[in-house]
Design a protein around this ligand. Structure first.
Ligand SMILES: [Zn+2]
Length: 412
């Protein structure tokens, strides 16, 4: 244990009771700072919280006692640092975990995710998604329960990422279009029932996969520090978008905002399942890419993986290059419209869109700049997503949120 009392504390004129109360209110903000890597030392934590050293020390000690963080009281002096080195803070490597689950068009997967967005364990993905959501969610929860048994970790709750808009407050998957699930399936209720049936502690949550990817990128990845973060990504099929404003997901009045996949980017394009034509969803997803490159999609690996293999392994092939440029131009058109409407200070791209950016970043940035009002003046940074499995990490963030809001209340 650290948290040796600060000798100045007794002379502060603050009663220990008042310090304890203030400390309890600071537990959540302090945990969030360590969780997101913004408080690597107790000195930074003290400054960020705007409390006394004694209070910050008590807060760090309490979080350590809850098994959430580790306080290293005898760090080696950092090179170039001045004065006495501060205690180092890090998330506890053997602490509790959240059960994260993701379902997509080509399968499902379960993982355990600790604080800091660290994936602790994953179950092998399954590649067949049954038409009955209860069967799929039962299997993914069973895979997660097995991981919990194997690792012996405490579970704080569970989060589920699905490739569908999720309507709030009921938690209904309104348009699981690339799954055979019925529209409006009550996925959160089903998931919560399976979690309870498996004897797993904590609350269960469900949300759209790209929303969760954006949340994870904002807290742990390429979106850190952005104020108005726009995330656009393909899954294995289709395209989604999300906006994180001042650290919170902007999900609209009932969870359905940022359905960016249905912006028209090619008026002469193919029909979309939404009833329109030439939507971003059907013009820039992995199937669109394989089709544009003249490749017949094979059954052996996911469409997303086939697209990665083509763009990364065969970029010299003129058909692949032309298909890449075509999709970049369509994506750029969609992003330009979003830049005009939302004025983000950063854009992160995931899935195939990340691979398109990697293939020709200048072309994509030029299209966005040329086609948008605000893109012309200086431009908006467009970056690749920084995390592997960001939807899974984001699903875990949902389950971690009650702990981040009130660590003592959630865990005691
Ligand atoms: Zn559409």
């Amino acid at each position: 244990m650290s948290g040796k009392a600060d000798p100045r504390a007794a002379g502060e004129g603050t009663t220990s009771r008042a310090r304890l109360d203030r400390g309890r209110g600071a537990l959540g903000p302090a945990l969030e700072l360590v969780h997101t890597g913004r408080a690597p030392t107790r000195a930074v934590l003290t400054a960020e919280l705007g409390v006394t050293r004694a209070t910050a020390g008590a807060v760090a000690a309490e979080l350590e006692a809850l098994g959430l963080i580790r306080v290293d009281a005898r760090p080696g002096a950092a090179a170039g640092s001045q004065g006495r080195p501060s205690h180092r803070l890090a998330v506890a490597e053997d602490g509790p975990v959240a059960l994260a689950a993701q379902v997509h068009a080509d399968g499902f997967r379960a993982a355990l995710v600790g604080l800091g967005g660290r994936i602790v364990a994953t179950a092998p993905g399954c590649e067949v998604v049954d038409a009955d959501p209860a069967k799929v969610l039962g299997s993914v929860v069973e895979a997660g329960a097995e991981l919990l048994r194997e690792t012996g970790r405490r579970c704080v709750g569970a989060g589920l990422a699905v490739p569908s808009a999720v309507a709030e407050p009921e938690g209904l998957a309104l348009n699981p279009l690339h799954l055979a699930w019925p529209a409006g399936a009550p996925v959160r209720r089903i998931f919560a029932e399976q979690i309870r049936a498996a004897g797993i502690d904590g609350l269960a949550f469900a949300a759209n996969d790209v929303n969760l990817a954006a949340l994870a990128e904002h807290r742990h990845g390429a979106g850190r520090g952005a104020r108005d973060l726009l995330c656009v990504a393909t899954g294995h099929r289709g395209v989604g978008g999300a906006l994180v404003l001042d650290g919170r997901l902007h999900s609209g009045s009932s969870g359905l905002a940022l359905e960016v996949g249905h912006l028209t980017v090619n008026p002469d394009g193919g029909p979309c399942h939404c009833g329109s034509r030439g939507c971003l969803d059907v013009e820039t997803d992995p199937l669109a890419f394989l089709t544009a490159a003249g490749r017949e999609p094979g059954p052996e690996v996911s469409l997303l993986q086939q697209s990665y293999d083509l763009i990364r392994g065969h970029y010299g092939d003129p058909a692949v290059r032309t298909a890449t440029e075509t999709l970049i131009d369509r994506l750029g058109l969609g992003l330009a419209g979003l830049v005009n409407i939302l004025n983000p200070d950063r854009i992160v791209l995931g899935g195939l869109h990340r691979a398109l950016l990697d293939a020709d970043p200048e072309r994509l940035r030029a299209v966005v700049a040329d086609r948008s009002l605000w893109g012309q003046s200086g431009g908006v940074p467009i970056l690749p997503c920084g995390l592997d499995h960001n939807s899974l990490v984001g699903a875990a963030e949902l389950a971690w949120q009650p702990v981040l809001d009130d660590p003592l209340g959630a865990l005691a």
